[in-house]
Design a protein around this ligand. Structure first.
Ligand code: CP
Ligand code: NVA
Length: 312
């Protein structure tokens, strides 16, 4: 597999390899500092980013390469140059490209027209690099045998909800997504992909609409912002009202397992999707998740550059 275009591209073996390498890069960030020596990696973003940008630039530097950050409005794509032509040009300069943008189809098109690895750094549909950081963190807390444990995402049925289901399915875990019904439920295509993978791995993927039922007995409760990048501002009031029963409160956390952790990909809005006392409390592992954005992106770049990811 050349690219990491979406979470569902990854095989169980790929994920195990990436999680193990990320753990190694957490111990020693500079253990593979010749990998990208004399090479450049482009990081192209048409949406804002704090963690993914910093992680990517740092990961490239730790692998001995030079990151080139390109804002969305800086390329000729904005003036009508095609994605395919852009992909061919970038392939002539860089060892890899990490892209953050709106449409998943743009990322797929870059992958199809480039000779270098293309890595999805978030689209409207998916966020594969985040999920790797999340699972390194989960394993640091609970170990790699998570049988009998339930991992629950509560909130908007967005890119994070999709990636949560699919990565849980790949890893054979019991994952739950609790969202409003209708407009802010996860896409049925993503549920179908996760359930199909679950048939092969023995995972359990549940889609639920009752936050208290979902939280009960959970080992992890995860949430994300209610207004994602690119969400229409005119829907804000309606959306926040629909999501208000899904706020992660200390009451919701009290229903979870005694050793439960609270997770969030960040950025967070305290007082909206999560209460400050939860996200800033003792069960929260958010800073470890954020730290592992670098270790996991470093692992992806390392193995993708060496052609070591197999894909499904
Ligand atoms: N979690 C995450 O992707 O953060 P950024 O939007 O800051 O990159
Ligand atoms: N769902 C959020 C995730 C941010 C990391 C967004 O797409 O804005």
């Amino acid at each position: 597999m050349k690219d990491l275009l979406k979470t569902a591209d990854l095989s169980r073996e790929d994920v195990e390899l990436l999680l193990a390498t990320a753990a190694r890069f957490a111990e020693d960030p500079f253990s593979a500092k010749e990998t990208l020596a004399n090479r450049t990696v482009a990081i192209y973003m048409t949406k804002p980013s704090t963690r993914t940008r910093l992680s990517s630039e740092t990961a490239v530097a730790h692998l001995g390469g030079t990151p080139i950050f390109i804002r969305g409005d800086e390329l000729q794509i904005g003036r009508g140059e095609t994605i395919a032509d852009t992909a061919r040009v970038i392939s002539g300069f860089c060892a890899a490209l990490l892209i953050r943008t709106y449409k998943q189809s743009d990322v797929d098109e870059l992958g199809a027209n480039s000779s270098i690895p293309i890595i999805n750094g978030l689209t409207d549909e998916d966020h594969p690099t985040q999920l790797l950081a999340d699972w390194v963190t989960i394993r640091e807390v609970f170990g790699s045998d998570v049988s009998g444990r339930k991992f629950v995402y509560i909130g908007d049925g967005n890119n994070m909800a999709h990636a949560w289901m699919v990565m849980g399915a790949i890893l054979g875990a019991h994952v739950v997504v609790a969202t409003p019904t209708g407009k802010w439920a996860p896409k049925s295509e993503s549920i179908a992909i996760a359930r199909k993978i679950a048939e092969q791995t023995g995972a359990r993927v549940e889609v639920e609409h009752d936050p208290e039922a979902a939280a009960t007995g959970a080992s992890a409760i995860y949430t994300d912002v209610w207004m994602s990048m690119g969400d229409p501002e005119e829907e804000r009031r309606e959306k926040l009202a629909a999501l208000s029963p899904y706020a992660v409160t200390s009451h919701l956390m009290s229903l979870a397992a005694r050793d439960a952790i609270f997770m969030h990909c960040l950025p967070a809005h305290r007082g909206e999707e999560v209460q400050a006392e939860v996200i800033d409390g003792p069960q929260s592992v958010i800073w470890r998740q954020a730290y592992h954005r670098r270790t996991t992106i470093q692992a992806i770049l390392y193995h993708a550059f060496r052609g070591e990811l197999q894909g499904r």
